[in-house]
Design a protein around this ligand. Structure first.
Ligand code: PLP
Length: 449
């Protein structure tokens, strides 16, 4: 028995330090260390730590009403948060189904898509198509649609059959001489050929992250890609579900990442930044037409959770959106995002192991390679990403490195998603420490030529 802990931690052979406090973009542990939280954990802490407005909103709500079952009651924070989200969402989105995290939001989206077609009298429609190199969560439905091979492997026998297309990943798959638009069209057209390969009238929905997060590292779609995807979905009568659990709620500089693509999905999932990490909450935003169909047929969505619409979580969400707006943080995301991009480009311009720097707003990533010209990945055995995480952490920087960028096996990247309150100096600091950490790992692994 490990006498140090009874917690079933993420890794079983080491116990992480206890985090005991936070302030702004910094976190503190019980061993006297201070960390600059350059990834907001996993793109969660968008307001940094100890935001007084959010903390007060939570206290106030806990003092009034902590819980009332949604089978009996609605509550003011849930009503208000839904209203605020719909006001900011793309046209056509009219309702919000609250849950407690990203995986629950995706499960809800899949089941709602299924029920929608059931209620419409199209019971044959049940298949989902999604993309390789995506992540939609760890519950079984979400893991089934996710295209992260490494995460799926052990659980494959549990997973449902999902159609699979390539990601829109220009750095790897746009061909020489091919325009971004032409590449986007080619990538999107895989959806059409996959639908055609499936039995007619059986596909219910296509699911994709608007900007790919953890699995491939801030991979932005090329212009026109999602417009084409929308057209194909419409042509075949299937629903478009955009997963913005990581890239939503302002992370890319607009409330929803899909605003920048000029498309309106039928459902959007959000979570992580929705209450800035102060409370666990996620949400499924739903097109009015889906809601109306279910209202006029079944009359209820056959799916619920004990903690859905939790008053304290929703109060934290309301406060988070208010802070983002009052402090004009979407603007800060755009401005600081540009600075981050420029600083990274300057710092790594001569770095032979930096292949690509990409992303949008305060959602950016570096893809590492062993050779810039051939884009050959670093030998997976060297565990570049794991080493970078360790070295950066030791240097007081929290970032989000991940391996398997290309296909679940090959490739390494690091994701950066600092809080929206980050200052210019802090951006400089992030890039300095990350640069030193990358240099150290490159040295340590003998990658220098
Ligand atoms: N979808 C995306 C795009 C994510 O990045 C994540 C988490 O990283 C999830 C879904 C799952 O969210 P959660 O961990 O809150 O269940």
């Amino acid at each position: 028995r490990n006498s140090m802990t009874n917690v079933f931690h993420r890794t079983l052979n080491s116990t992480p330090p206890n985090a005991i406090g936070g302030q702004g973009v910094y976190l503190f542990d019980n061993q006297g260390n201070k960390y600059l939280d350059a990834s907001g954990g996993a793109a969660i802490s968008c307001l940094g730590h100890q935001n007084p407005i959010v903390v007060d909103a939570i206290k106030e709500q806990a003092g009034k009403l902590a819980y009332a079952h949604t089978g009996f009651f609605s509550n003011e924070p849930a009503e208000r948060l839904a209203e605020m989200l719909v006001e900011r969402a793309p046209e056509g989105i009219g309702k919000v189904f609250f849950v407690s995290g990203g995986s629950e939001a995706i499960e809800s989206a899949l089941k709602l898509a299924r029920q929608y077609f059931w209620d419409r009298g199209e019971p044959a429609r049940h298949k989902i198509i999604a993309r390789r190199q995506s992540y939609h969560g760890n519950t079984l439905g979400a893991l089934s649609v996710g295209g992260n091979e490494w995460r799926r492997l052990k659980f494959e026998p549990f997973l449902m059959d999902v159609g699979r297309i390539s990601p829109c990943y220009a750095y790897r798959y746009q061909m020489d001489g091919e325009s971004a638009e032409a590449y986007g069209r080619r990538a999107a057209d895989e959806l059409e050929s996959t639908i055609q390969d499936m039995e007619q009238g059986t596909v219910a929905a296509f699911v994709a992250e608007t900007v790919v997060g953890a699995t491939a590292g801030a991979v932005t779609p090329v212009p026109g890609y999602f417009k084409r995807i929308r057209e194909i979905c419409d042509r075949y009568g299937i629903l478009l579900i955009l997963d913005e659990v990581m890239c939503g709620v302002g992370r890319t500089g607009t409330w929803f990442a899909c605003e920048q693509e000029g498309v309106v999905p039928d459902m959007i999932t959000i979570a992580k930044g929705l209450a800035a990490g102060y409370q666990p909450i996620g949400a499924l935003l739903v097109a009015e037409k889906i809601y109306e169909k279910i209202k006029s047929t079944s009359g209820f969505f056959q799916h619920n959770f004990s903690f859905m619409g939790h008053p304290i979580a929703c109060a934290a969400g309301v406060a988070t959106l208010n802070v983002i707006e009052k402090k004009e943080l979407l603007n800060n995301v755009q401005v600081r995002g540009k600075e981050l991009m420029k600083n990274l480009a300057d710092r790594f311009q001569d770095a032979p192991n930096v292949g690509d720097i990409r992303g949008r707003g305060l959602f950016q990533a570096i893809e590492f390679v062993s050779d810039r010209v051939t884009k050959l990945p670093i030998d997976a055995k060297l565990q570049f990403a794991a080493n970078l995480k360790r070295v950066a952490f030791k240097r007081g920087l929290i970032c989000y490195p991940m391996a398997g960028t290309i296909d679940g096996q090959r490739g390494d990247h690091v994701l950066l998603a600092p809080p929206f309150i980050v200052t210019r100096d802090e951006i400089d600091n992030i890039v300095d420490v990350l640069g030193d950490a990358v240099d150290e790992v490159v040295q340590e692994l003998g990658l220098v030529k």
